[in-house]
Design a protein around this ligand. Structure first.
Ligand code: ZN
Ligand code: ZN
Length: 662
């Protein structure tokens, strides 16, 4: 830096200047561009930034400049000793050198003639006033500093973006050498160094390693205080915070810059899904995640909400703020759909905030029921029969009273399955009517989304619920820290790797190739679908051609497969493959309602009424119903389905279940 004044003005302006790296071995002031930066005591300075490693080349170049050779001397120097164990100051230098032109700064020509004016500027060290050098002091003010450090005041810092990138690499465990090597490749890739970021040094990375090593999630012994400190330090990444007080619940909404970018990118014209109530039993407060879906239909967490209260009760506090945050960045930003996993959410609040259609995601309820059945019923036949019946309760009785009748019957038939029934009555009975009416009034999310949400759920579980963290589960600060550092970095790495092709080998593919992806790789010929018997389908195993898995209740949201992955309670590729095929072949539609209709129609055709007039009427009636259902499905697919008035919906139900040949 060349300056007419010791104190640097407008640091931010200076740090934003391009770093210059002239191609010649030695260079002088004439070889670089000088930018006038306003401010400072003298009203402005001519400034240029050079890489730390080129300072010697500049000093040599200036000294050998034939027209006006300059001569620099070191005015002051500070260096942190190698291996020092004292804690480095955050704003301290690792190395700092102030060079000053030998012809300055004091001007002794006048003082020697007896006129001293006090306005001369003296460098901090004061060495320049050595009497022996007075003869050459002419008041030249050109000087520069050369500094290296964590936040060395006069040294340009790397950008926040690069810092986040390197931190993420460190969190996912990429070694220092590999980061440097990758960085060099990137810099070469864009034609050599241009700015400070391109001169990322080992020291920069070591500093970040140290920050990670020395930081703890416990910012205070009290969890509550610790969370408050975290919020203060990361206020940029907090879009909503309310501490617990009186009747007000604790609510914390987190969104990093990177998450904001992903939400802007994939949320626009895309889907946003809520994954709520995670860790109700283990964590102090449950976690709710907002997800978007990338181009290969994998879920990316774009916001986390931690609250001691049900999300449905606090969503109105933060959802509007989040939508505003998006629209402030891009006023045209608008999602295509918003997926809720709990019908008790206030749908109108969401519609108002995001101005888009709302879909109901039944992944969560399906997952919970399967897991409980696997735990509580030992007989596979009973498991899948219960599961099928549960599906019928949700889907096939499209009006209140019928659902309740079917439910009564269900609970009587399986009364001996007391372990499951206890769970079902405690956890689901209070909200089952809400679910039935939610399914009646909202379109459902697709298997693509459900598979992606399940993948996210499993990854969250494997990261957070590792037994080694069991002691930390009751602390909110631990949850926040883990999400914002390690867990965040996993998703950063996935996207970075997809975009650049680097580090592909370091990605954990178990979570980025979800069941829907895998289903796309199963050829149609491997699916055996008997149109005469829609109770089961078979899919040939992709790893062992001699093996075929059986899928019960194919094509519906409540189908079950006997493959090992499904037997762990997961949504398997076979179930999805069969559902895709059923839909494209129009054999059975994913909506169970269509299957019920089909059964009724078959019964009617197998037992035709004797009277041809009655038969005509029945066929006409059936055709109309078919059109009704097709229309409903189209509406449903377009997300325009509104709740039917009760009298119409019960009539439709009756017609579907008991077609009459009046
Ligand atoms: Zn000079
Ligand atoms: Zn399967």
């Amino acid at each position: 830096m060349k300056s007419q004044e010791h104190k640097m003005p407008r640091m931010e302006d200076i740090l934003n200047l391009p770093v210059q790296d002239p191609p010649c071995a030695e260079f002088s002031a004439a070889d670089i561009e000088w930018v006038k930066v306003e401010g400072g005591r003298q009203g402005g300075d001519d400034i240029a930034l050079l890489p730390f490693a080129r300072v010697d080349d500049f000093v040599r170049g200036e000294s050998s400049n034939a027209e006006c050779p300059a001569n620099f001397r070191i005015e002051s120097r500070r260096k942190r000793p190698e291996g020092s164990i004292s804690k480095p100051r955050v704003d301290g230098y690792l190395e700092y050198t102030l060079y000053w032109c030998s012809y300055g700064p004091e001007d002794y020509r006048e003082s020697e003639s007896g006129v001293e004016d006090g306005s001369n500027i003296k460098p901090a060290s004061g060495k320049g006033s050595r009497p022996g050098r007075r003869h050459m002091m002419r008041g030249c003010l050109c000087h520069f500093t050369d500094a290296l450090g964590t936040r060395a005041m006069y040294a340009p810092r790397i950008s926040e973006e690069l810092r986040q990138k390197v931190m993420s690499m460190l969190y996912v465990g990429i070694p220092l050498d590999k980061i440097i090597q990758h960085h060099m490749e990137m810099v070469q890739g864009h034609g050599g160094p241009h700015n400070r970021d391109d001169f990322l040094t080992r020291n920069d990375i070591r500093n970040m390693e140290r920050v990670i090593r020395n930081s703890s999630h416990e910012l205070h012994t009290s969890d509550e205080c610790s969370v408050k400190v975290w919020v203060q330090r990361h206020h940029k990444h907090v879009f909503y915070f309310q501490n617990i007080s009186g009747s007000e619940p604790f609510v914390l909404g987190i969104q990093t810059d990177w998450q904001l970018q992903q939400m802007l990118r994939y949320g626009h014209n895309g889907s946003i899904a809520l994954h709520s109530m995670f860790g109700v039993k283990k964590l102090k407060y449950p976690l709710c995640t907002l997800l978007v879906f990338d181009l290969s239909r994998n879920a990316i967490p774009v916001a986390w909400i931690i609250s001691c209260s049900f999300v449905s009760q606090t969503i109105q506090k933060w959802i509007g703020l989040l939508a505003e945050r998006m629209q402030a960045k891009d006023p045209r930003w608008r999602p295509d759909s918003f997926l809720v996993d709990d019908p008790s959410f206030d749908i109108s609040t969401i519609r108002e905030a995001f101005q888009c259609r709302v879909l109901l995601c039944i992944w969560h309820v399906r997952h919970a029921w399967v897991r409980s059945l696997l735990r509580n019923c030992s007989n596979f036949d009973v498991q899948r029969e219960i599961f099928k019946r549960l599906g019928w309760i949700l889907f096939c009785t499209r009006s209140g009273p019928h659902a309740m009748v079917a439910l009564e019957e269900f609970m009587q038939v399986f009364v001996d399955q007391s372990a499951f029934m206890d769970y079902f009555k405690r956890r689901w009975l209070p909200t089952i009517e809400l679910w039935v009416s939610g399914i009646k009034s909202l379109p459902l999310s697709s298997p693509e989304h459900n598979a992606a949400i399940e993948s996210y759920h499993l990854r969250l579980k494997s990261k957070l619920f590792n037994e080694q963290h069991a002691n930390s589960w009751p602390r909110v600060d631990w949850l926040i820290n883990t999400l914002a550092t390690e867990f965040h970095s996993l998703y950063w790495l996935d996207q970075y790797s997809i975009e650049t092709g680097y580090f592909d080998d370091l990605r954990d593919k178990t979570f980025s190739t979800n069941a829907w992806h895998q289903a796309l790789h199963i050829p149609d010929v491997d699916v055996i679908l008997n149109e005469q018997n829609l109770q089961i389908a078979k899919v040939i195993s992709q790893t062992n051609r001699n093996l075929a898995y059986t899928i019960w209740n194919p094509g519906s949201e409540f189908s079950l497969c006997d493959c090992p992955w499904s037997r762990f309670g997961n949504f398997c590729k076979h179930v999805i493959k069969v559902a895709i095929l059923c839909k494209t072949r129009q054999v059975a539609r994913p909506l169970l309602a269509a299957q019920v209709y089909r059964q009724a129609l078959l019964t009617l055709l197998q037992n035709p009424p004797d009277d041809p007039l009655v038969l005509d009427h029945a066929v006409l009636h059936a055709t109309r119903l078919q059109q009704d259902i097709k229309g409903l499905e189209e509406l449903s697919n377009n997300g325009l389905l509104q709740p039917l008035p009760p009298e119409i919906s019960s009539q439709v139900t009756e017609n579907m279940l008991f077609p009459r040949s009046e």
